[in-house]
Design a protein around this ligand. Sequence first.
Ligand code: HEM
Length: 213
Amino acid sequence: MDPTLLLLRWAHVLAAIVAMGGLFFARFALVPALSEIDTSTRDKIHDAIRRRWLPWVIGAITVLLASGLANFLLFNSRVKAEGWADGQWMRQTSYHALFGAKFLLALVAFYFASALVGRGQGTQWVRNDRAKWLSVTLGLTLAVVMLSGWMRQLHTGENVAREENGVRFDGDAGASMQDDRYQDGEAGANFRTPAADRSESAPEAGQQAVPSP
Ligand code: HEM
């Protein structure tokens, strides 16, 4: 297991949890609850929350950007160095297109998340209808998470224990198999077989690879 990748994954997932958890709480608990009290008290509460929540929003965005970009660059160099599908893996899986879509949606979500806790006049229109723009931001982050899971599954395959010659590889016993996973295992296996050579018996996407001799 690569400790750098694990740290990046922890940081990325935790920052996503903080950011999305805050949005969810604000949309479905805070804003409806505050709508029942008078305007001047509500504005005071919003301002008190804003000062405390702003550093968390900035921190989460920074960690998501840094860990996401590092993860993307490391994964790209690995696919290139190992020559997945003769260098065609990224194109065949549309990984870069999915990443581009995710990145753009995340940037728009970052804009709204910042505007919701900002106080500049230019973004006041967002805070004038908090419930609406919180819903939009949550929808964007939901799409981002779905795209992330899709990207991940492109190279990790299904969550199944591997079995060869009646031997089940899981837990520690599967450690060496796991190390081989990206080298010549099932990860991206469907894309290693040149299209012309694919027969009816070639593995479908997500199925076990036939190990190379
Ligand atoms: C709203 C902001 C974001 C959310 C909620 C989010 C969420 C996630 C989640 C849940 C995963 C899957 C993690 C795992 O299973 O280990 C992931 C993976 C990833 N994210 Fe993000 N992310 C966000 C922003 C970003 C940004 C800004 C970048 C790039 C700069 C980025 C790049 C990546 C990459 C490269 C992966 C790995 C995908 C793979 O396994 O192939 N993410 N993200």
